[in-house]
Design a protein around this ligand. Structure first.
Ligand code: AGP
Length: 609
């Protein structure tokens, strides 16, 4: 949700800001802008649309400034337009600001400022903050920002410059991420680490309530409520810049699909000691299964789908009650969480606002929080009692692929750890399941290599359809939801997933000649049931695609296309089945000529409600 960048040093700020914005465009792409100190003024250039529009706009301009800010926007207040784009200023160009988040009380602030004579050029909440800071500014930018943020309600990551102080940038954070990259005689500011990985691997991760005064040779961090100076510890990130590049792939999504076997291997190898799962690094109690009487899983979108799959497994194998809910619902009800609850908060970015709020609610009620996240030192990681890092490497495409597979794998590891604690589960059976899990990266590679061509052909047919349905039962239903989300998110084709048995309670009315129905049938004990649902749709004219494991026999007249996966224990087969669904989404979107890595209206990291 909006990307912020900042630079202060001895080099050309504009080009460094643009290179940072390129890496952050996944966070929002409705408009982009930069502001650079130039000859005693702050020059602002901003443009509606994708970053390329801004780049062509400023192509012939000469920038020489060494301090500046940049922004890529995902619109909340005010439609995407040149005037609503960031950076915003206080009308006179004396105070300039970029912001990520939502200022909930901006209307009342705007009213007060208007009464004092301030005039506004945009519909945004951010512009109001520029005016507020301006009204509090005498000659100390830090003080003016400090005073102004006390008046703000909502969430914000902001960076501010003053025209008469080109030697500093002030940054503040509350409920929206912001990191400071530490260089030599230069420092950087960004919403996310990939922005400046090519320039530094050392960062300060700002926490809520912190204000940073950034100069080219110093970074001072304070609490913005008490004013007290803070000692921060550097975070060293060992990803390299190349990991966040396309490396010859046309899209990040295709690259990330192909990286899944490796990413899965990294995740597993860190937590496999002598052929056994070892989750010590997450800090989880060795006897967690008897410590808790229930599990609450909260997450959004794809991350939620990984949790739903886990619910079926955990209740079946561990006999522990599991509730799984989208975080935006959980946070506004009165969930029965208490000391006996283990909450698992799942989030690739670690910054999803709803997931963070759900976590805080459960924590307040006494639950212990375990985070599954891909982002070190993210808000969700920091506020959780235990963290299992997903180790998927940077995921840039808005459509999540490798993070999802590692979320599911993290749930698999935890279930095996739970089975280890059960006296009635044999060591031999546990060893067999662990061996199956270890095989997955290799099998996943096979699935990518062996199904891609077939999927491309199926995609040619599907790209012309208006509706596509996915069905499954049990864990296969959770996978169906993920398949449908992936497809609709990037191809814009209407796709929905249903528990197979539900079709006849309404949705079957939509099935007619030529409507594709994709069925995921991995669970052996439910295969016959699922297959009878497939027959129901086939007899109504559906074009059927069956995704199943080798060894399941089926009646060939009922299926038009089959994707057969290598045999693996059906508890774990989901990790293989998701791959053809990701490829199907990708190739269908490619034929439809969609903007695959940055689908319309979406953003990678949803840091607002
Ligand atoms: C997935 O393809 C999505 N773009 C989206 O559903 C995503 O999974 C969701 O917004 C949650 O993000 P998080 O994992 O960073 O919390």
């Amino acid at each position: 949700m909006c990307g912020i960048v900042g630079y202060i040093g001895n080099n050309d700020a504009a080009s460094i800001l643009i290179s940072g914005l390129k890496k952050l465009e996944y966070r929002g792409y409705d408009s982009a802008g930069i502001a650079v100190h130039e000859n005693s003024k702050i020059k602002i250039k901003k443009k509606k649309g994708k970053l390329d529009n801004l780049i062509s706009e400023i192509e012939s301009e000469i920038f020489s400034g060494k301090t500046g800010l940049g922004h890529t926007r995902w619109a909340t207040h005010g439609k995407p337009s040149d005037s609503n784009s960031h950076p915003h200023d206080d009308y006179n160009g004396e105070i300039v600001i970029v912001h990520n988040g939502i200022i909930e009380n901006f209307e009342s602030l705007k009213k007060d400022l208007t009464a004092k004579g301030h005039q506004f050029k945009s519909d945004t909440d951010t512009e109001v903050v520029a005016h507020l800071i301006s009204s509090n500014y005498e000659d100390d930018l830090k003080q003016a920002v400090e005073k102004s943020v006390q008046k703000l309600e909502g969430s914000f990551a902001m960076a501010v410059m003053a025209v008469d102080q080109d030697d500093r940038i002030i940054a503040v954070r509350k409920d929206s991420p912001l990191i400071i990259g530490i260089g030599e005689n230069e420092n950087f500011l960004a919403s996310d680490i990939p922005a400046y990985l090519s320039r530094t691997n050392d960062f300060y991760i700002l926490e809520d309530g912190e204000l940073a005064e950034i100069r080219k040779d110093s970074i001072d961090i304070y609490s913005f409520s008490s004013g007290e100076k803070k000692e921060k510890i550097k975070t060293h990130i060992d990803w390299d810049a190349e990991m966040a590049e396309k490396q010859g792939y046309v899209h990040f999504m295709l690259k990330e699909i192909n990286e899944q076997p490796e990413a899965l291997k990294w995740l597993l190898q860190d937590r496999l000691k002598d052929g056994q799962i070892d989750l010590r690094d997450s800090n989880i109690d060795k006897k967690w299964l008897s410590k808790y009487s229930k599990i609450h899983i909260v997450a959004c979108g794809t991350a939620y789908h990984s949790g739903l799959l886990a619910k079926y497994l955990y209740e079946e194998l561990l006999q522990i009650s599991v509730e799984v809910e989208v975080a935006s619902e959980y946070r506004y009800r009165k969930p029965l969480a208490d000391k006996s609850t283990l909450m698992i908060a799942v989030s690739q970015s670690g910054e999803t606002a709803d997931t963070l709020a759900a976590l805080r609610l459960a924590k307040k009620k006494g639950a212990d929080i375990l985070a599954f996240t891909n982002s070190r030192d993210s808000s969700i990681a920091r506020e959780s009692d235990m963290v299992l890092y997903l180790n998927a490497g940077p995921e840039i495409a808005v459509a999540s692929t490798k993070a999802y597979t590692n979320m599911v794998a993290a749930f698999y590891m935890l279930v095996l750890d739970g089975l280890r604690q059960k006296d009635d589960f044999s060591k031999k059976a546990l060893k067999k399941l662990t061996d199956e899990l270890i095989k997955l990266p290799e099998l996943m590679r096979l699935v990518i290599d062996n199904t891609e061509e077939k999927i491309k052909k199926i995609a040619e047919k599907y790209a012309e359809k208006a509706h596509i349905f996915f069905i499954g039962r049990n864990t296969d239903y959770a996978l169906a939801l993920e398949g449908a989300l992936k497809l609709k998110e990037i191809s814009y084709i209407h796709s929905e997933a249903y528990p197979a048995g539900e079709l006849k309670h309404g949705t079957l009315a939509l099935v007619e000649e030529g409507v594709p129905v994709i069925s995921i049938a991995l669970r052996k004990r439910l295969f016959a049931k699922l297959f009878s649902n497939l027959k129901e749709v086939k007899s109504r004219g559906a074009e059927t695609l069956l995704i199943t494991s080798a060894g399941n026999s089926y009646d060939e007249d009922t299926v038009d296309e089959v994707v057969e996966l290598p045999e693996v224990d059906d508890y774990f087969a989901g990790l293989l089945a998701v791959v053809p669904m990701q490829l199907l989404a990708y190739y269908t979107a490619l034929i439809c000529e969609r903007d695959i890595d940055q689908p319309r209206n979406l953003a990678k990291s949803v840091t607002v409600e």
